[in-house]
Structure formats: structure tokens, C-alpha cells
Write a protein that binds this ligand. Structure first.
Ligand SMILES: Cc1cc2nc3c(=O)[nH]c(=O)nc-3n(C[C@H](O)[C@H](O)[C@H](O)COP(=O)(O)OP(=O)(O)OC[C@H]3O[C@@H](n4cnc5c(N)ncnc54)[C@H](O)[C@@H]3O)c2cc1C
Length: 426
């Protein structure tokens, strides 16, 4: 029996598409050559296209579906500093390079803000602040250390003890929080639409429903990119397919693990109910491996995301699970109806870090592990500058790990999922 109450207009598609749906472009002939062909039309690919066009290169973007159809119009809209690994682990693992890597995430945040400001992209961006919530007492005790490390890395973070949490979040489920005021929130599909407009205005050629089907490296270092609509000769190719990577460059595909993440959006809440759940409109994330992330939209809907396990699932099963989770966290939302439910693919990597590099001459930029709004924008620009002849900073030149026998089926995920669930429960 389904327990999730559904609004009359319930739809299994991103809430963000109500105001900024992916649009079909008028069909135009494909060029036969380009300085750069970009495969994948999300934040990474579009930002790279805008930058390369600005630097005077002819650019063609190939997107398999509608532009922005992937994670870039399906995400939670949380613009956060840092990586999947906590800053302490980052410094332990990479030493001084860890500082530079973390600084890059702050530069990424600044780049998003500057891009929005300079190009007047209307995407509801605001510096909301982000609250990281400890789901165990032991984790709450580590928050002071984490705040200290973040301070050393240039980010002001404040511990919110359990007794004060009610001022930030309407739930008694958590043991403490870490508040980072610098983080922001936006409407991801409107942000994407603004970037796409920028790329187009600068002269980039964008093609939807045009999958790249093969990339052949020719003698002399140029490429032939085959598509469903013909072939293009290119001086450079950028692979920007993240969680939607197919086998077009098998050595990259073997290094990215696509993992589904799901979100529900309720109908608009009354302003009292919205305030009772998230009084200061923060972006919220908890500390579990199978984490919850949630926020309010501009029109006061609750957007609640996460996933139960790594096992394959359907949107309606994910929706019911998320509704149960949301009402466990915020019992005051019981009975509120769900109007949208959707999912998208996150591109994970084995070291939980994004990667930029080259394989057989093809540049790739991907692996954001679920925090990619800022980093994909940044990697798009970085990849473009590298292709245009700038040096790639040494701290990004790191090994890109894989797993033996991993090709397309992530056979190890059930065991990893079991381990993470056990950790979350312990
Ligand atoms: C549900 C969800 C919630 C998230 N929440 C957040 C969040 O709150 N904050 C945050 O920072 N990040 C979040 N993320 C992650 C973030 O959305 C991504 O990291 C980011 O959008 C990646 O952008 P991208 O351009 O690299 O990839 P995508 O936007 O996924 O684009 C890749 C594109 O490549 C195309 N493609 C694949 N193969 C081919 C081919 N052969 N030819 C042509 N095109 C191809 C696909 O169709 C796809 O459109 C979330 C992700 C999901 C799924």
C-alpha cells in the first residue's frame, strides 16, 4: 500500500523543469570541422564551450538528449565548497596539494557567483548557508575539529550544538551541526539555461539529440568524432559526460561509477510550516553515507533527496522511501502532498575526487561525486583553458584509479552498500 499522498498534478520529472524545461533546439546542419568538439551538454560541457568561444575557438557541443537534460537540471541546487571527502581527510591524503585542491573549490564557488553576477543569470542564487548535521553523538563531537580545519582553509564555520539546533532546523533527530555561511542555493535548471545562453551568445554551436558514437584519434593528433548525424574533424575533444558516461572512451568509463540519486518536491508549504522546518532557509545535509539532503525552494516547497541503497530502484519506490524519511526528520510535514519525484545519475570515482586529464589525447573532466554545481562550472573553464594552451596545475595531475574487472556493471556496489549501511547504523 502506498503511503505517500500525491498532489493532483503529480509528475515524475524534476520540479525545476516547471520553470526551465530542457528545450529542443531547431535542427541545424552539423559542421564538418571544429577546433574543439565537446561531448556532453551539462554544466561542464557548456561552461567549457562558453570559455573556448570567448578565447576565439570554434566549438561544437554534442548532447545525446536535450541540453542540460542530465544531472545539471536535476540536482538539489546546493552550491557548496569542498569535496566528498571531509577537509581533514583531504589534507591527510594530499598534504599541501590538499590545501590547493580545497582552495580550488572556493575558487569554483566564486566563479559561480561571478558568472551569475556578470551575466545577470536569473537563477534565484542566494548565500543561504549550509548546515551539516551529525546523525551520531560521536560525529557531533568531531564538529569542533572540523570547524577548526575549515577555518585554516579560509572558510568560516560555526558549530551549532544540539541545544541550539532548533533555531536552524525543525527536528530533534540530530546531535549537532556545522554551519558554513559561505555556501549558496540556486535553481539549477535556470542556472544551466543562463550558461547555455552565454555559450550561444559567444558563438558556440550547440546540438541536442546528437550523440557522439565514436572518437577516432588520427595521425598528427587530430580526431574524427562520429555522431548520429555525420562526422566532425576536431583538433581537440572534451568528454564532459560525468554520471552519464557511456563506453565511448572505455578507459574513462571504467573509472566512473554512475549512482542514482532521487529527490521529491512537495506542494508549496504554508510559510509557517516552511519556517518550522528550515527557519533560515539553509541547505541541509546529514552525515550518513546514504545521506539526506534537503532545502526549501523559492516557492516554499520542501525538496528532499537521497537514496536507500545502491540496488536498482524505480522513481515511485524512491519517492515512497524519501517521503517516509522526510516525515521521520520533520514529523510536522506528515500529510503534505508530493508534487514531483525524479532521479538523476551522479558520477562517483574510486578516490571520491573529481578528475581532469587526458586519455589517448581526449581531454576529460568529470567525477564530481554529487557536489558538482561549482566544480563542474570550474572544470569546464579549466578544461577549456588547458585545451586553449594554458598549463594544467600540477595538483590536478593525479592518478585516476579504477577497479579490476570493472567495465560497465559495478559488481562491487552491493558489498559497498552493505558496508555503508552498517556504518550508518552503528
Ligand atoms: C539528484 C541529484 C542531485 C544533486 N545535487 C547536487 C547539489 O545539490 N549540489 C551539487 O553541487 N551537485 C549536485 N549534484 C551533482 C551535479 O548535478 C553534477 O555534478 C553536475 O551537474 C555534473 O555536470 P556535468 O555537465 O558534468 O554532467 P551532466 O549534467 O550529467 O551532463 C552530462 C551529459 O552528457 C550527455 N551524454 C552522455 N553520453 C553522451 C554521448 N555519447 N554523446 C553526447 N552526449 C552524451 C548526457 O545526456 C548528459 O546530459 C546532484 C546530482 C544529482 C543527480
Amino acid at each position: 500500500m502506498r503511503l505517500t499522498p500525491l498532489a493532483p498534478g503529480y509528475r515524475e520529472e524534476p520540479y525545476w523543469w516547471r520553470d526551465a524545461p530542457p528545450v529542443r533546439l531547431p535542427e541545424a546542419p552539423l559542421p564538418t570541422e571544429a577546433d574543439v568538439v565537446i561531448i556532453g551538454g551539462g554544466y561542464t560541457g557548456i561552461m567549457a564551450a562558453a570559455r573556448l568561444a570567448w578565447r576565439g575557438r570554434s566549438v561544437t557541443v554534442l548532447e545525446k538528449n536535450e541540453l542540460g537534460w542530465g544531472a545539471s537540471s536535476r540536482n538539489g541546487g546546493m552550491v557548496l565548497p569542498g569535496f566528498k571527502s571531509d577537509p581533514g581527510s583531504l589534507l591527510k591524503r594530499y598534504g599541501d596539494d590538499g590545501r590547493l585542491l580545497f582552495q580550488a573549490t572556493l575558487d569554483a564557488l566564486a566563479l559561480v557567483e561571478e558568472t551569475i553576477r556578470v551575466n545577470q543569470i536569473e537563477c534565484q542564487y542566494f548565500r543561504s548557508g549550509q548546515l551539516f548535521l551529525a546523525h551520531k553523538p560521536a560525529l557531533a563531537r568531531q564538529l569542533d575539529d572540523e570547524a577548526h580545519i575549515l577555518g585554516q582553509l579560509g572558510v568560516t564555520a560555526r558549530v551549532v550544538p544540539r541545544v541550539e539546533l532548533a533555531s536552524e532546523v525543525g527536528t530533534s533527530l540530530y546531535y549537532g551541526g556545522l554551519l558554513v555561511e559561505r555556501s549558496g542555493g540556486l535553481h539549477p535548471a535556470k542556472y544551466f539555461a543562463g550558461l547555455a545562453q552565454l555559450a550561444r551568445d559567444r558563438g558556440a554551436h550547440l546540438y541536442d539529440h546528437t550523440p557522439a558514437t565514436a572518437v577516432e584519434c588520427r595521425r598528427g593528433g587530430s580526431f574524427a568524432v562520429s555522431t548520429s548525424r555525420g562526422q566532425i574533424s576536431a583538433g581537440h575533444v572534451l568528454l564532459a559526460t560525468n554520471g552519464y558516461s557511456d563506453a565511448i572512451i572505455p578507459s574513462v568509463r571504467r573509472r566512473v561509477i554512475p549512482i542514482g540519486s532521487y529527490i521529491i518536491a512537495t506542494e508549496p508549504l504554508s510559510s509557517e510550516l516552511a519556517r518550522s522546518a528550515i527557519p533560515n532557509r539553509r541547505m541541509l545535509i546529514d552525515s550518513k553515507n546514504f545521506l539526506y539532503y534537503w532545502r526549501l525552494s523559492a516557492d516554499d516547497r520542501m525538496l528532499f533527496g537521497g537514496r536507500a541503497s545502491f540496488a536498482p530502484t524505480t522513481i515511485d519506490r524512491a519517492r515512497d522511501w524519501l517521503y517516509a524519511a522526510m516525515t521521520r526528520v520533520h514529523p510536522q510535514l506528515r500529510g503534505v502532498r508530493v508534487e514531483h519525484a525524479w532521479g538523476g545519475l551522479v558520477g562517483f570515482t574510486f578516490d571520491r575526487m573529481p578528475h581532469i586529464g587526458r586519455r589517448k589525447g581526449v581531454t576529460f573532466a568529470l567525477g564530481y561525486c554529487g557536489t558538482g554545481i561549482a566544480m563542474a562550472t570550474y572544470f569546464g573553464q579549466l578544461a577549456a583553458d588547458w585545451i586553449a594552451g594554458d598549463e594544467l596545475p600540477a595538483y590536478w595531475r593525479r592518478p585516476f584509479p579504477s577497479m579490476p574487472l570493472y567495465r560497465e556493471r559495478a559488481w562491487f556496489l552491493p558489498a559497498v552498500g552493505w558496508y555503508y549501511r552498517a556504518l550508518d547504523r552503528l
